[in-house]
Design a protein around this ligand. Structure first.
Ligand SMILES: NC(=O)c1ccc[n+]([C@@H]2O[C@H](COP(=O)([O-])OP(=O)(O)OC[C@H]3O[C@@H](n4cnc5c(N)ncnc54)[C@H](OP(=O)(O)O)[C@@H]3O)[C@@H](O)[C@H]2O)c1
Length: 287
């Protein structure tokens, strides 16, 4: 049985769709089973699992041979260490951990620590390191667009090779159901690096209305996000991540999606076309 942790999140719900389209049996490990039934239907197979409640781990992993998971926040390394112990005890054979490209390789960062725990385990494993999600423009990056027709980031003119979360899910599904990529760390990006100015132009062109990207300095960004209700801690973490983006690291294009799926990754233009009505709803409602 394949167990999915983070199923109600952006990657997880696409992995559920991917498994359903390929008739792959799966079970969801969720902290709210009613929420899972509402989202995925009454017939969905789920089990109670909460990273913060360690006595849910063993029951959730019973009978599981494959696991997809994302890291919890903020206590990721301690909780994943315990999770991997339980996986080994319960005889899990394979795991796919979805990490993050920005900090997955930076010593001391939680995702780097979790990656090391995964690599040190006795279980067959593959680590996915996705770049920044295209879908972020439909949630937190888009927070200000309805009112202000602008979005704000401390990203300067740095380029990013974004990834569509549907591709992350497709790669996870392929790895979990084939002999591909054991022991590998896969970098998941589209094949085009864009600045946020270019993204704003693309979104504007799809909407037929001008949407502007406003690059902010770190202090200005912190203040802006706090004024929108973010905590100092969350705004600070995001600022740290964009400090890495500004080094140009996220602009590097990887061929790993093509290698695993045998097709090109979803481009930003295709993403915009596929989600046009969501963009209209999110960005234009008040106009
Ligand atoms: N956004 C990006 O651009 C980006 C890029 C690269 C990597 N990443 C990484 O991707 C990961 C997030 O993936 P995502 O965006 O798919 O997730 P997400 O949309 O943020 O959703 C989080 C998921 O984790 C579940 N969860 C939260 N706390 C939990 C707990 N205590 N126990 C069990 N489940 C819990 C949530 O369940 P509930 O429904 O119960 O809340 C939800 O299913 C993070 O590690 C992030 O650093 C993000």
């Amino acid at each position: 049985m394949l167990l999915i942790i983070g199923a109600t999140g952006k990657i997880g719900r696409n992995l559920v769709a991917e498994c359903r389209s390929k008739s792959i049996p799966f079970r969801l490990a969720v902290r709210d089973q009613q929420k899972a039934r509402l989202e995925f239907g009454d017939d969905v197979d789920s089990v109670l699992f909460d990273y913060d409640v360690q006595n849910t781990y063993a029951h959730a992993l019973s009978g599981v041979d494959k696991l997809f998971f994302i890291a919890p926040s903020p206590d990721a390394p301690d909780q994943v260490e315990k999770l991997i112990d339980v996986m080994e005890d319960e005889g899990v054979r394979q795991m796919v951990f979805s990490s993050g490209r920005t900090t997955g390789d930076i010593p001391g960062k939680p995702l780097h620590q979790v990656e090391n725990l995964v690599r040190q385990s006795r279980i067959h494993h593959t680590i996915l390191r996705p770049g920044w999600f295209m879908q972020n423009f439909l949630n937190w990056i888009g927070l200000t667009v309805l009112q202000e027709k602008k979005f704000y980031l401390p990203a300067g003119d740095a380029q990013t090779a974004f990834v569509d979360v549907r591709d992350i899910a497709a790669v996870a599904c392929e790895v979990l159901t084939s002999e591909c990529c054991h022991g590998e760390t896969l970098e998941l990006t589209s094949e085009e690096a864009l600045s946020h100015f270019e993204v704003a132009r693309k979104i504007s062109s799809v909407l037929g209305r001008r949407v502007r990207y406003v690059p902010l300095g770190e202090e200005e960004y912190l203040e802006k996000m706090k004024s929108l209700g973010w905590s100092e801690n969350t705004a600070g973490k995001m600022t740290d991540l964009y400090r890495v983006v500004k080094t140009g690291k996220e602009a590097e294009i990887s061929g790993d999606i093509r290698k695993v799926l045998g097709r090109a990754p979803i481009s930003f233009d295709t993403f915009l076309g596929d989600y046009q009505s969501e963009f209209r709803e999110r960005y234009l409602e008040a106009h």
